[in-house]
Design a protein around this ligand. Structure first.
Ligand SMILES: [Zn+2]
Length: 254
């Protein structure tokens, strides 16, 4: 009888130990919430600025020189923040009239093999009537935006940079090897799409992609299956700015 009781107790102990181990395993395999430890004060402000725009912390990817949101929009850690930030509100991030009329694009040597695609993409933005957006390629001297080849891994065609201090975002990364197998029109689309981010366009399909609420362009609300600014469509998306893309560009930059 005593032996039987000891045996039962032993069994209970084994079960209890199993339960604890199993429980610990479940905790270990639960997804870890990304915590970004920032030692740089300015980067902290940029991070808070992004949070203030409505991007949840778990969607912000920390890279050495920038934070990435929505997969392909860069916020450089040294970006100039709007003065309004000190008053705790966000006033918008458009490129100012004096800058948007002459966005000087420098093509890094790594991207000159796609000069034709770049020229095609520029043609789409510059071809919008009644719109101030005007890109020019500069081969020397001062430039506003650099387009360069960078390995972004699988699934990301390119990355644009959000405007800051009234100037277009200063960098466009193109995952050249990754998009090399796409058609000419799709390669040009990638470049045209990232250029859109550099003048403050968000993804038209932000809602279906589960991205934070974007501000409607006045008079041009809603979704648009034909938008070149739809995200997550590398190699398959619209290759021409849609009627609504054009209306939005005219509304933002008359
Ligand atoms: Zn995008």
């Amino acid at each position: 009888m005593k032996n039987k009781a000891l045996l039962m107790l032993g069994l209970l102990l084994v079960v209890a130990i199993f339960a604890i181990v199993a429980c610990k395993k479940a905790i270990d395999s639960a997804p870890k919430i990304q915590t970004i430890a920032l030692t740089n004060d300015h980067a902290k402000k940029v991070y808070n600025y992004i949070i203030g725009m409505g991007f949840p912390a778990h969607q912000i990817v920390d890279q050495p020189d920038a934070f990435i949101v929505e997969g392909d929009i860069r916020f450089p850690k040294d970006m100039v923040l709007p003065k309004a930030l000190e008053e705790q509100y966000y006033t918008g991030s458009l490129v100012s009239t004096s800058w948007v009329t002459n966005i000087r694009l420098s093509v890094d040597a790594s991207m000159t093999s796609m000069n034709s695609e770049i020229t095609s993409a520029i043609g789409q933005w510059n071809g919008i009537t009644s719109c101030a957006i005007n890109w020019t390629i500069v081969t020397s001297g001062t430039y506003d935006v650099l387009i360069t080849d960078t390995n972004l891994g699988n699934g990301v065609c390119g990355q644009g940079t959000f405007p800051s201090a009234g100037k277009a975002g200063n960098l466009i990364y193109i995952n050249k090897a990754y998009i090399a197998g796409n058609t000419f029109a799709q390669r040009a689309r990638t470049i045209c799409h990232e250029m859109g981010h550099n003048v403050s366009f968000r993804h038209t399909n932000w809602f279906s992609r589960g991205e934070p609420t974007a501000t409607d362009v006045p008079g041009v609300p809603g979704t648009d299956a034909n938008s070149l600014m739809n995200g997550g469509q590398c190699g398959t998306g619209a290759t021409s700015l849609s009627a609504k893309d054009i209306q939005a560009a005219q509304a933002l930059y008359p």
